[in-house]
Design a protein around this ligand. Structure first.
Ligand SMILES: [Zn+2]
Length: 122
């Protein structure tokens, strides 16, 4: 199997504020998962805690902002998870690397994450 030149798609990053509901759901899911993880630490709530973590993570993943991306091989429109390094095409099962183009410094996911990391260090 030879893959000499892999096609890369460039995707314009959708500002996080353009899909505030999904963003809120993602964060809510993560918070729910974290609370459930804390619940798991108490022996009584261990079992519901496991379910809580799973539900929270599923909600977070399902509601993660998606960006439409056209496959460069078969032009099928795929939904790429926000900031994913690559996506697998539904049409031809080809894995395509994504290069994200920053739209705005203020609303970008990486800027938001950087801010969070700063807080963690403090
Ligand atoms: Zn394809």
């Amino acid at each position: 199997m030879e893959k000499v030149s892999k096609k890369i798609v460039e995707v314009r990053q959708v500002p996080i504020t353009s899909n505030i509901l999904r963003t809120v759901l993602t964060i809510a899911g993560l918070i729910f998962a974290i609370i459930s993880a804390i619940m798991m630490l108490t022996i009584v709530l261990f079992i519901p805690g496991i379910f809580g973590v799973l539900i929270g993570l599923v909600v977070a993943i399902l509601s993660a902002p998606k960006t439409p991306v056209n496959c460069p091989y078969c032009l099928t429109e795929n939904k790429a998870t926000f900031k994913a390094k690559s996506f697998k095409c539904d049409g031809c099962a080809e894995t395509v690397p994504i290069r994200w183009k920053d739209e705005s410094k203020w609303t970008s996911w990486s800027a938001w994450r950087r801010k969070k990391d700063d807080k963690k260090e403090a």
